[in-house]
Ligand binder design. Sequence first.
Ligand code: HPA
Length: 273
Amino acid sequence: MGDLYSRLQAAAAGIRRRTGLEAHDVVVVLGSGLGDYGRTLERSQALPYAELGFPIPQAIGHGGTAYSAQFGNHQVLLLAGRVHAYEGLGMEAVTFPVRAAILAGARQVVLTNAAGGCGDDISPGDLVLMTDHLNMSGISPLLGMNDERLGPRFPDMTDVYTPELRAKAHAAAAAVGQKLKEAIYFWWHGPMFETPAEVRMARMLGAGLVGMSTVPEATAARHMGAEVLGLSLCTNRAAGLSASRLSADEVIEVANAAADRVRALFNQLLPVL
Ligand code: HPA
């Protein structure tokens, strides 16, 4: 098996070999309901996760295929399907594809997710840029021995979500007639949705979004010195903030309904990242 770094290097070499490309500049993780974006791209190359040595996601709405495609001058690797912390495979599995893509050259990491809205101004259907996060899970992808070849023992977390990338995202959104909101994302590992009391806590701590993903990958990417853009699609008001109960089906439904907007935004944004 080898150590993590060797396995990541092997996966990065696999990405290079299978695409014939020396480097991918950008990696995009497609969250719940957004995975189809890769499949519908013209002139993209599909790479099944199994062939890349990536862990296979089990969550609904998550496939397991990477797509390599060119956007302007950028070579982009789109990851349709992510492993979540709640699947129990460990933080190494959760962060493996993003880390491998960074070793394959990606300096920019775009992380998307479906999330509950708990900020007063965050409503279902809103696209929201993550400005920061609260890791309330008690776990971190950086626990354990640090490998200096990946990054420093104590990475700075001041600007996890790069302000310049947010500015580019706002500009791209405006160019296609969209508006992006901004919020802090509160991560708990799930898989249960939050209780209303937990959502009240998230609100008190300043969060506008609650969700079960993204923070591990963002943390690993910052550990490796890559820049991160976090984009949430609010699929529902968080527990206790609306009369209705939460369901995974509703999350996928709302995410699917927003797919065209996300597609338009990415087609504008990815070439200019
Ligand atoms: N909570 C956590 N994760 C989510 C939610 C939510 O309300 N909606 C979509 N993903």
